[in-house]
Design a protein around this ligand. Sequence first.
Ligand code: NAD
Length: 324
Amino acid sequence: MKTALVCGAGGFIGSHLVEKLKEEGFWVKGIDLKYPEFKKSMADEFIIGDLRDPQICKQVTDRPFDEVYQLAADMGGAGFTFTGDNDADIMYNSALINLNMVNVALKAKVKKYFYSSSACVYPEYNQLNPTSLNLKESSVYPALPDSEYGWEKLFSERLYQSFSRNYKMNIKIARFHNIFGDYGVYEGGREKAPAALCRKVALAKEGESIEIWGDGLQTRSFLYISECLKGIRKLMDSHFSGPVNIGSDEMVTINELAEMIIKISGKNLSLRHIEGPLGVRGRNSDNELIKKKLGWAPNYPLVKGIEKNYLWIKNEIEKATSTQ
Ligand code: NAD
């Protein structure tokens, strides 16, 4: 039976990945600071531990795993990442996790290793104008990410690439672009735009307005979780190492996303634009490389994922209010 270790198994993508690996017949160990918030983990073994601690990393990597997935990071949506208030924690915590994990994976002779990087590595100067973006994988240099979160991801990509070069480790790197779906946080400050907007719409009463950060004309693309998992597994089973974008190329403005959610809700709501942390002006996944190297690219329509996500968040809110 193949063995896998999922770091960040209590998080959004990590908890879904554990399920996917179990469905595929893996024996799975998970580690995180916390258990998944909304659903019991399917991992065969789940360790609560802090990956900033090298001893914990050593303990958890107790066998030559067939596959290690390193998803643990100190992260959140724009309200967490772009205010500047969490920069030191983001850089220190995530860099330590990656430094520790690559070292123990080498020593444990892990066969394949996956690292989740981010679209936030791309230079701000290529994302100023939503109609002429450049997010090709090769456009990452000269580097100028717009956040410390992006700089840490770029540092860690280079860390993994150097271990791969010098120690012949088999390491794969994907750059995720705004992944969303069920069992993701939707309140508390770390939630991303789709979840935050679904929450605002679900809570709004008929005729009210919902708040949108900025003018809402900033563009993004959003990838439903099942497509992200497909991409991760395809990359792991391929001969390609990346870095490669795993994202949707169905670009929308934040206003369009909000209108889509309002339409799904069936409510009559308007948008109210306020100041807030924004990030880059435009972003969309460039999927040329993934098509070429993996013969596949995500194509699940945004509206279908948003429909599922809105219903899930609405249900969670109703459950929470009925038990109060
Ligand atoms: P998440 O915050 O839900 O999951 C990350 C998990 O890491 C959390 O459960 C957290 O508790 C855990 N963690 C943090 N510090 C830890 C530590 N010191 N020791 C052990 N566990 C620790 O985030 P996610 O959305 O599931 O993202 C997973 C990975 O994908 C992250 O590396 C993130 O940077 C990357 N990524 C995600 C997106 C996205 O849209 N979700 C986009 C780009 C990149």
